[in-house]
Design a protein around this ligand. Sequence first.
Ligand code: PGA
Length: 251
Amino acid sequence: MRKPFVAGNWKMNKTVAEATELATGLKGSLAGVTEVDIAVCPVATALGAVSAALCCSNIAVGAQNMYWEASGAFTGEIAPPMVKELATYVIIGHSERRQFFGETDETVNKKIKAALAHGIKPIICIGESLEQNQAGETVDFVGGQIKGAFAGISAADAATVTLAYEPIWAIGTGLTATPEDANAIIRKAIRDVLVELYDDATAEAIRVQYGGSVKPHNMADFIAMQEIDGALVGGASLKVDDFTAIVKAAT
Ligand code: PGA
């Protein structure tokens, strides 16, 4: 049985003061929820303040990105040991990073290996564009992203990661995949490929979130699906009431 996992991706929103206020609100509204693993992923500048605000609570903190080298002349980047000081999770390969910041399957793979080596839990994003979806290429494309992400990673390490299946056309658009379609794609393009790469036990151990316009009113339909173990939530994670309702719908 995989424990549900709901993570909020705050993207490039919230100053330190605003992020602290949101985190403090969630700490109160989600107190006592133990049936779901919960994380919030603020901007890097707010990681310290949010991790302090959420100290000793049931809400973990994640970074939105990091570089793979441990230190050095890489202006503007943050390194795994720096993330590790402040966060439990790191989102890797979000489609916005692939689209706007040149992230590739190869850099995603390097970052996953770096996260695992430093004891940070990766949340790895995969998902197809509208064109790929309409051309019937989703299963091949997402399956390829999975193969790229997991290259050279052992079964024992693989079993500890979280995947977020996020159709790009559903992100921030108010459109969602139907729960049934998302479930079928996760089965065919993700779990079946993981069985091929590893084995049944590893494929069944990995948690897969759905992402893309998850809201309080649709979370229950996604979590009801066999292959969907939670959600990666963007816009609706910026409001205490909405994120709280989504987490509670996942119980
Ligand atoms: P959204 O974003 O919930 O605003 O669609 C999801 C994501 O990008 O992780």
